[in-house]
Design a protein around this ligand. Structure first.
Ligand code: PLP
Length: 357
């Protein structure tokens, strides 16, 4: 198999794909694929419950939090968060550190008064604004931020300490290291990076925040609907849920989030160190805020971008093209991307720089 540096849908652990393949046509002697089973069947309910248990174990999620498996991706959460957590008249605080926070802000403005407490737009989203200078409201319904901006490759090196519920879009860094869930009111993450395939979104929400959605909230957008029905109010994305469960199982076998955290740190440090010393490649992000998951970089001569991508592909190093809005390159090195992939990438980058630099 090739090494896949895609930002999402991203690489899945090979062992997970192998297990899914072995069970594809006949799940545990049932003569059916999981895809063909009712979400109310004993088998699917057991799969769903195990996935939740394993995720709870991995992140040590306290009992007073509900874990929801929803559709609509993280983008649906941009609307569901203000619908459920503000009463429509309250303001909500948002931090703007890049394109995903900007989208969350734009969407939230439809449902509540948004107050942007800090933004790094003026430095082209290449850092996290200094916490001391955030202009927090005194009575916000919640504070929303994006701990890891997937496009800019900007990651928070701290968890904001605020006295309103903290809401975080962890789409591209959930499960990449240990996390103290009790610091948050709500965490959400689209699956297609560190959790599983596209089509499912995990929401971890403190119970006392449920049940106050603004009256016009559609039933399927009310967290309480899903919390009360084990995320099976309507037909959930059963196969994506099953595959996410296999990923959780795999993660536990690898040593959980502690092991993932160490590996992710080592992978990203190695890549940044090479980029910084190369004299040919560059990363614009403030050193403390460099993402461990998404590593954007530019070549000294942008006219070589096409050749770089073509040669990388020939070496089976795939999906290194930067996001269409920023150009350049981006290597996404989520949990399922092994150290060998980073080594192969660095070898190629060295070779390319030597020949073309
Ligand atoms: N938030 C972040 C940080 C993301 O990286 C993405 C997608 O890549 C999204 C939100 C949007 O997710 P979805 O496509 O699942 O709606």
């Amino acid at each position: 198999r090739a090494y896949n540096f895609c930002a999402g849908p991203a690489a899945l652990p090979e062992a997970v794909l192998q297990k899914a393949q072995a069970e594809m046509l006949d799940y545990q002697g049932k003569g059916l694929s999981v895809m063909e089973m009712s979400h109310r069947s004993d088998e699917v309910v057991a799969i769903a419950e195990k996935a939740e248990r394993d995720l709870r174990d991995l992140l040590s999620i306290p009992d007073q939090y509900k874990v929801l498996f929803l559709q609509g991706g993280a983008s649906a959460q941009f609307a569901m968060v203000p619908m459920n957590l503000s009463d429509g008249t309250q303001s909500a605080d948002y931090v703007n550190t890049g394109q995903w926070s900007s989208k969350a802000i734009k969407e939230a403005k439809k449902y509540c008064n948004v107050h942007v407490v800090a933004s790094s737009e003026e430095d082209n989203f290449s850092s996290v604004p200094d916490f001391e200078r955030w202009q927090l409201s005194s009575n916000a319904a919640y504070l929303h931020y994006c701990p890891n901006e997937t496009i800019g490759g900007v990651e928070f090196d701290f968890i904001p300490e605020v006295n309103v519920p903290l809401v975080a879009d962890f789409s591209s860094s959930i499960l990449s290291e240990p996390l103290d869930v009790s610091r948050f009111g709500l965490i959400y993450a689209g699956a297609q990076k560190n959790i599983g395939p596209a089509g499912i979104c995990v929401v971890i929400v403190r119970e006392d925040l449920l049940g106050n959605a603004i009256p016009a909230t559609p039933t399927v957008f009310d967290y309480k609907t899903h919390a009360d029905n084990g995320s099976m109010y309507n037909t959930p994305p059963t196969y994506a849920w099953y595959l996410s469960g296999l990923v959780f199982e795999w993660m536990k076998q690898q040593g959980g989030v502690e092991a993932m955290g160490k590996l992710n740190r080592a992978k990203s440090e190695k890549l940044y160190q090479y980029i910084d010393g190369s004299g040919f490649y560059a990363n614009p992000v403030a050193v403390n805020n460099r993402s461990r998951m998404n590593v954007p970089f530019t070549l000294a001569d942008a006219s070589l971008d096409k050749a770089f991508l073509k040669e990388a592909e020939a070496r089976r190093l795939l999906n290194l093209k930067g996001h269409r809005s920023v150009g350049g390159m981006r290597a996404s090195i989520y949990n399922a991307v092994p150290m060998e992939a980073v080594d192969a990438l660095i070898d190629f980058m060295k070779d390319f720089a030597q020949r073309r630099g």
